[in-house]
Design a protein around this ligand. Structure first.
Ligand code: NDP
Length: 281
């Protein structure tokens, strides 16, 4: 009788999860690199993240991407953390050993994903004035890689000011030369920034963030971590004021490529997929 070898199982876990492009992305990376795997979208009940992960591991699961709202719970589940994940307090990539009860490794590839996408678009961070909108898991994940590029200054603005203040305090030691400050979303100073990143979860909604027009100057870039078939409200707000605007689809592809590397030790070429996704959204 022929030996039956089960497919290596991977997936993305979240709630909701139906919209996720990750299964498509990881299957494309697998085909490109000649790896055979199964990658599915897994809907976990809001109160059932840990149980869903345990069941996945029992069924041979070797790795999970984690999305809203479970990144902090994924962090708490890990036995070993990368520096990025430890700093962020949030995990978007879980790596499981063969033994379903063995230690779990956690990484956070969101920051690398953002930096690689900015580089792809020819956007540099060094010496730039940066406004980061939001102080949730995504903002936490990208802050250290952004600060490592030595921007001229970085202001975190959040609906609840205290969350932004806590975030800037947590990361202050990383940027001794970069003024790192925090304010409420409705108290952003009317002065120009070079790069404005929307890391709030308002991306795909109709919410208009309370931003003064003066934050935009002739060469400002606005970047929304959200992505959809159409430019987001935030992107359209920036474009209407003369800014160059990008969505987070490239970040999604790049963070996925980094997760793929963590699981398989291979770095896929992201360019064909970027092209494909931008023409099929
Ligand atoms: P979190 O739930 O952790 O954080 C949400 C943030 O949005 C908080 O700062 C919250 O502010 C703010 N917020 C929520 N509602 C409003 C509102 N009505 N007005 C103003 N601010 C609001 O989410 P994440 O940080 O995990 O994700 C943020 C976004 O980034 C999501 O859209 C996610 O899809 C996207 N993302 C994209 C990635 C990519 O690869 N492209 C990767 C990771 C995330 P407060 O603290 O005051 O509640």
């Amino acid at each position: 009788m022929a030996a039956h070898t089960a497919l290596a199982r991977y997936g993305v876990i979240g709630n909701p999860i139906g919209h996720s492009r990750s299964p498509f992305i990881h299957q494309a990376f697998a085909e490109q690199t000649g790896i055979t795997l199964e990658y599915t979208a897994i809907l976990a009940p809001l109160d059932g993240f840990e149980a869903t992960v345990a069941a996945f591991r029992q069924q041979g699961g070797r790795g999970l991407n984690v999305t809203v709202p479970f990144k902090a719970q994924a962090f708490a589940l890990c036995n070993h953390l990368s520096d990025q994940a430890a700093r962020a307090g949030a995990v978007n990539t879980l790596i499981f050993p063969d033994d379903p009860h063995g230690p779990i490794q956690g990484d956070n590839t969101d920051g690398v994903g953002l930096l690689r996408d900015l580089a792809f678009h020819g956007i540099t961070v060094q010496g730039k004035k940066i406004l980061l909108l939001g102080a949730g898991g995504a903002a936490r994940g990208v802050l250290a890689p952004l600060l490592a590029e030595q921007p001229a200054l970085l202001l975190i603005a959040n609906r609840h000011k205290q969350t932004a203040a806590a975030l800037s305090a947590d990361f202050a030691d990383l940027a001794p030369k970069t003024p790192l400050t925090a304010c409420a979303l409705d108290a952003i100073p009317a002065e120009p920034f070079d790069l404005i990143i929307n890391a709030t979860s308002t991306g795909l909604s109709d919410t208009q963030l309370p931003l003064p027009d003066a934050v935009i100057h002739a060469n400002t870039v606005v970047y929304d971590m959200a992505y959809g078939a159409e430019p987001t409200v935030f992107m359209r707000w920036g474009q209407a004021r003369g800014a160059q605007a990008f969505d987070g689809l490239g970040m999604l592809v790049e963070q996925a490529a980094m997760s793929f590397y963590r699981w398989h030790g291979l770095t896929p070429d992201t360019r064909p997929l970027r092209h494909l996704l931008s023409t099929t959204q």
